[in-house]
Design a protein around this ligand. Structure first.
Ligand SMILES: *Cc1c(COP(=O)(O)O)cnc(C)c1O
Length: 367
């Protein structure tokens, strides 16, 4: 039977390279340290776990389709109007809904060369064309992003800090990007790692959303809050964007255990601070120790580091990945992010961090 005689997906769908998640297994190795998906080594707040279990007693009930209590908790935590918040099944859900609502065949949307892979997937999924703007020093470049704008541009995605590079744009630069955009172009600030950032010149997006009609900020409970398994994210945007997203989202796109755990997580600021402090300490340690081995590490403000390997037989990222995996240390290959000779390592427990540095020392030292 000819291909034309069967149902056809929209143009662009089959051009998508499916997302490949971080590896989680090392065959034949008893103890595995998964440092490939930027999960927190400290786990969620015990209060979030308790709240999750409590909801398990009532799985027969539909969740609140408006995530009201969760939006109110987020509003209290960040000083935001809950009516300007939309919750989603992870921020991936929200990024896809943005593409769904604002892009169609023939449109273009901009992201940067080494940015999060969900952007091109979401863009193509809505029939539009992703345009990758070049980066400088593994960092988004506002001039290149502005130069990439055409009559067809409808959305600009910026991960700030970016995954997998760990770099960021200071608020001045984000504002310069925003000023350079036509008013009908939607700027999406994806601040999945904002809680880890301690820089005076950084702003996650709240101020720009509050003062513009064409900016949204996406956040997640998957990273510092340790709730990746539950799929929970949120966006803060202008009322007209919130209205549009609420029309296209699933009516029950956030499940009840996720909502309860998210609310409890927001209330445990001590756990958040512990996670932040752990990350700060061990990210700095990893950068120093890995550089001592002669490897280049991109300066990161997030909960992971990007390690660059030599272009030398036996010492490449692929070789390092195989070497580390044999020892149960799973980092992330980032070939799909156009970084074929680098590995991304999530900051882990003290034990995992020390094991990786010791293994890398052995890897670099072997003949
Ligand atoms: C991890 C991550 C997210 C969050 O994804 P969820 O769907 O909320 O788990 C969003 N954006 C970036 C850049 C990320 O790295």
């Amino acid at each position: 039977m000819s291909v034309l005689q069967r149902p056809q997906p929209r143009p662009g769908v089959l051009a998508i390279d499916p997302y490949v998640p971080g590896k989680s297994k090392a065959p034949g190795v008893a103890r595995v340290f998964k440092l490939s998906s930027n999960e927190t080594p400290l786990g969620p707040s015990p209060r979030a776990i308790a709240a999750y279990h409590a909801v398990g007693e009532h799985l027969e009930d539909y969740p609140d389709g408006d995530s009201t209590a969760l939006r109110e908790a987020i509003g209290r935590a960040f000083g935001l109007d809950p009516s300007r918040i939309v919750c989603g099944a992870g921020s991936d859900d929200l990024l896809n809904l943005i593409a769904d609502a604002y892009l169609r065949d023939g449109d273009e949307a901009i992201h940067t060369t080494h940015s999060f892979l969900i952007y091109p997937i979401a863009i193509r999924g809505s029939g539009a064309t992703p345009i990758a703007a070049a980066e400088k020093n593994y960092t988004a470049d506002v001039d290149a992003m502005l130069a990439a704008i055409s009559d067809r541009t409808k959305v600009v995605f910026l991960a700030n800090p970016n995954n997998p590079t760990g770099t960021y744009l200071p608020f001045d630069e984000v504002k310069r990007l925003h000023r350079g955009l036509p008013r009908h172009v939607l700027l999406v600030l994806d601040a999945a790692y904002a809680e880890y950032v301690r820089r005076n010149d950084y702003e996650a997006g709240i101020e720009l959303v509050a003062t513009s009609e064409n900016v949204v900020m996406c956040r997640t409970f998957s990273k510092i809050h340790g709730l990746a398994a539950l799929r929970l994210g949120w966006l803060y945007g202008p009322a007209h964007v919130v209205d549009a997203i609420n029309r296209v989202r699933g009516p029950f796109n956030v499940n009840a255990p996720a909502m309860a755990a998210g609310i409890a997580a927001l209330q445990d600021s001590a756990h958040l601070e512990t996670s932040r402090a752990h990350n700060e300490k061990w990210r700095a340690w990893l950068e120093v120790e890995i550089r001592k081995l002669g490897l280049e590490v991109t300066p990161s403000i997030a909960n992971f580091v990007l390690i660059h390997f030599p272009h030398e037989r036996g010492r490449t990222a692929e070789d390092a990945d195989a070497f580390l995996t044999q020892r149960g240390l799973i980092l992330r290959r980032v070939k799909a992010y156009k970084l074929p000779n680098a590995l991304r390592m999530s900051v882990g427990t003290e034990e995992a961090n020390r094991l990786v540095v010791a293994a890398l020392a052995e890897f670099m030292g072997r003949k």
